[in-house]
Design a protein around this ligand. Structure first.
Ligand SMILES: NC(=O)c1ccc[n+]([C@@H]2O[C@H](COP(=O)([O-])OP(=O)(O)OC[C@H]3O[C@@H](n4cnc5c(N)ncnc54)[C@H](O)[C@@H]3O)[C@@H](O)[C@H]2O)c1
Ligand SMILES: O=C(O)C[C@H](O)C(=O)O
Ligand SMILES: [Mg+2]
Length: 444
């Protein structure tokens, strides 16, 4: 099945006569369009209007679909073409809402002045009570500087807002956490760290999102060190957790020992380097990497990985290949080695389509839609917030990866992202490890 990146809803008018819908459907299929939903909007004595959702490989094919319908003639034509994805974004995807009714003046005085003043003074005297009497303990800032929005590059924080709103929607849905997008107009580590520290008291945690490398490393390290709430760069550790889960399952399914597998990472930016560090810390001995930037390769070597000089060499050498470069089509089918596991994780388009990799001989192949950090970050923060953890430690991340792996159906690499049990299992596993770590620290 070819990749279908363009989805549009066509408003199609036909004379109200049996057979016309069939003609339209055949016209769409003849040029390769794939029909999704069909909704009848209006049936009149003379004409019928239907919304037909069509998935196409590209814009060119969409135009062919429209032409094919129009060329049917006899009163059949396309009235309008609309973009459902764009439509779904009108007004944004999130909204902050109240948690109680405001029906009477008594309600008003209880939740607002004068009642609220007492609560303020209580928190002034005992700041730790803010976690109990405000939403802070359940609110996470989703912070971006817009420098690595998906694989679209440095498009700015404002253009990245739809992604941040998406992450906030996922936080709410999968973990009941309020995510608040924060857009920064600076990438300077000093300024980013200073800004986040100035706003941190209003949040129970900080999720750094789509902040490019190498400045993301310094920003995260400093914030983890200087703040006493969980801070995690999703593109680094959220991705590493889910990739480790996929690798655990790939090896289990193939009857291979993960620790002795040869792993290759193409692209050693935020996601790629964190994946290598996670794999090395998990005990995998041979982790190779390539990047077009020398300093990224040096960073890999500093963590115990091995740099290679070309993608071709890496593809020859490795049993499991992971790519996070943001470059669609970077892996050519002829580079695939028989029996390889290929995880091409760049969004919105992978380095190679999974179907193409499988056709070329891969034993397992996945892209960034199925191996996606959505499986990790909601549960990781839920667990950390539940435990009142001050940091997200490596063992907490490993526990998350193992929980994701354990929730996966036999023969697959990752679980279904909409399966609530996965997010609950991740939260439980992370909370347990966090509480254990806190107990151990108290004993010492
Ligand atoms: N599936 C997921 O959950 C997930 C999570 C995070 C990131 N990603 C994807 O990974 C990609 C990278 O994200 P990032 O945050 O790591 O960005 P980044 O900018 O930090 O890293 C990209 C790295 O790829 C390298 N690179 C680019 N082109 C290359 C080439 N031709 N050959 C070798 N190296 C090359 C760059 O030098 C850089 O080091 C994006 O497309 C993003 O969508 C996916
Ligand atoms: O946003 C996603 O879908 C995953 C990831 O955070 C990315 O940047 O690609
Ligand atoms: Mg991201």
């Amino acid at each position: 099945m070819p990749e279908r990146n363009v989805t549009r809803t066509l408003s199609v008018e036909t004379p109200s006569m049996p057979g016309n819908l069939g003609k339209v459907a055949t016209a769409i299929g003849t040029v390769g369009g794939d029909i999704g939903d069909i909704t009848t909007k209006q049936i009149g004595p003379f004409s019928t209007i239907r919304d037909i959702t069509v998935h196409c490989e590209n814009e060119e094919q969409l135009q062919q679909v429209i032409q094919a319908i129009e060329s049917l003639g006899n009163g059949i034509y396309v009235r309008a073409v609309s973009d459902d994805v764009l439509h779904a974004h009108i007004g944004g995807k999130i909204h902050m809402t109240k948690r109680m009714d405001i029906r009477s003046l008594a309600d008003l005085r209880r939740i607002y002045t004068p009642g609220v003043a007492n609560v303020c003074q209580l928190i002034q005297k005992e700041p730790e009570k803010a976690r109990f009497y405000t939403s802070i303990g359940n609110t996470v800032a989703i912070v971006t500087d817009g420098t690595a929005i998906l694989g679209l590059g440095n498009i700015g924080a404002l253009a990245g807002m739809p992604v941040m709103e998406g992450k906030a929607a996922l936080f709410d849905h999968f973990a009941g956490i309020s995510g608040v997008p924060i857009l920064l107009d600076t990438s300077d580590p000093d300024e980013v760290v200073r800004t986040i520290k100035h706003i941190a008291s209003g949040f129970g945690g900080i999720l750094l999102e789509d902040i490019g490398s190498p400045h993301c490393f310094e920003i995260e390290e400093r914030l983890v060190e200087e703040l006493d709430i969980p801070v995690m760069h999703d593109d680094q550790h959220g991705t590493a957790v889910v990739t480790l889960a996929a690798a655990i399952n790939a090896c289990k399914n193939a009857g291979v020992d993960l620790q002795s597998a040869v792993v290759g990472q193409i692209g050693l930016g935020a996601a790629g380097l964190a994946i290598c560090r996670m794999f090395l810390a998990y005990g995998i001995k041979q982790v190779y990497g390539v990047d077009r930037r020398m300093e990224a390769m040096q960073r890999l070597e500093a963590y115990g990985g091995m740099a290679l000089s070309s993608i071709e060499e890496l593809m020859q050498k490795c049993d499991i290949v992971i790519a996070t470069t943001g470059v669609p089509g970077l892996i050519k089918p002829e580079m695939i080695r028989q029996g390889q596991v290929v995880l091409a994780l760049s969004n919105p388009k992978p380095e190679i389509e999974p179907e193409e990799a499988m056709k070329a001989g891969a034993v397992y192949a996945a892209d960034g839609r199925s191996v996606n950090n959505v499986l990790g970050f909601p549960g990781i923060f839920r667990g950390a917030l539940n435990a009142h953890a001050k940091k997200i430690s490596h063992p907490m991340l490993v526990a998350a990866a193992e929980a994701i792996a354990a929730c996966t159906k036999e023969g697959e690499l990752t679980p279904h992202p909409l399966d609530m049990r996965v997010h609950q299992a991740v939260a439980r596993a992370v909370e347990e490890v966090a509480l254990l770590e806190m107990q151990e620290r108290e004993i010492q």
